[in-house]
Write a protein that binds this ligand. Structure first.
Ligand SMILES: NC(=O)c1ccc[n+]([C@@H]2O[C@H](COP(=O)([O-])OP(=O)(O)OC[C@H]3O[C@@H](n4cnc5c(N)ncnc54)[C@H](O)[C@@H]3O)[C@@H](O)[C@H]2O)c1
Length: 248
């Protein structure tokens, strides 16, 4: 067990990538704070983990609300006494052209996909520091943070910023022994905001198959264990090689 008795908070843990990350960390002995806006989804994942012999509790939390974030971090501290790992996974996409997106949609996308991860890291890191915990934080980015897109605009802005705020966090938290890294998925499981896997979703990558949530979960597990102890401030592509290809 690589994570015995370590407390891990995973946001957006109610389905797809966050669900598999949570279940994999739990299988390595971590105690999971399953964070999701959707109560039913979060409770189902927590119940699955408990049924498999693990430890987990669901927290209903809107990551765009700082008071919810503080309540969740405080709740985990009250329940287990420490926080060792944070995986900032929750996000939404606007799926809008710049002419069509409203200011409200722009602000909400950034609040959930950028400001939420920042504030969660801030409050979780303070909890880590208060206990002298050598914590680990993983921010989930996207290949949309590397490229412009016709069908999304706020999401690309938020994911681009995740890359760089990860580096600032890594620098600012390194003196406390906290490592911060980000991961960069592309087309993993169902699209962001949807629960159904689309077998007809066009996939062009070097591995010739769609990504599955466990592809990302395994990399995140690596980043939160000592196996990756010399990796800090990195942005790891988990995209089947799609980012290496020049469009033809
Ligand atoms: N699925 C992909 O192909 C893909 C590709 C690139 C990047 N990503 C990134 O991976 C991460 C997970 O994506 P996914 O496809 O599993 O997402 P998803 O939409 O399937 O699941 C996201 C979960 O987050 C929850 N959530 C939404 N808003 C929330 C909020 N305000 N507060 C708390 N929880 C909230 C939802 O209820 C849901 O359970 C995201 O950061 C996404 O940007 C995914």
């Amino acid at each position: 067990m690589k994570l015995a008795n370590q407390v891990a908070i995973v946001t957006g843990a109610g389905r797809n990538i966050g669900e598999d990350v949570s279940k994999l960390l739990a299988s390595e002995g971590a105690i999971l704070a399953i964070v999701d806006l959707d109560k039913g989804r979060g409770e189902k994942v927590a119940a699955d983990i408990v049924a498999a012999g693990g430890k987990a509790k669901a927290f209903v939390c809107d990551v765009s609300k700082e008071e919810d974030i503080i309540a969740t971090v405080n709740g985990a501290m009250a329940e287990w006494g420490h926080v060792d790992i944070l995986v900032n996974n929750a996000a939404i996409s606007d799926n809008k052209h710049m002419f069509d997106i409203t200011t409200e949609e722009w602000n909400r996308t950034l609040a959930i996909t950028l400001t939420g991860p920042f504030l969660f890291a801030k409050h979780a890191a303070k909890a880590m520091v208060s206990k002298g915990t050598k914590g680990r934080i993983v921010n989930v980015g996207s290949t949309s943070g590397y490229y412009g897109r016709n069908r999304a605009v706020a999401y690309t802005a938020a994911k681009g910023a995740i890359r760089n705020v990860t580096k600032s966090m890594a620098i600012q938290l390194a003196p406390h022994g906290i490592r911060v890294n980000s991961v960069v998925p592309n087309k993993i499981g169902s699209p962001v905001g949807k629960s159904e896997f689309d077998p007809n979703r066009p996939i062009v990558n070097l591995v010739n198959r769609p990504g599955v949530p466990m592809d990302l979960a395994k990399v995140i597990l690596f980043l939160v264990t000592e196996d990756s102890g010399f990796i800090c401030g990195a942005d790891i592509l988990v995209d089947g090689g799609v980012s290496t290809m020049m469009p033809e």
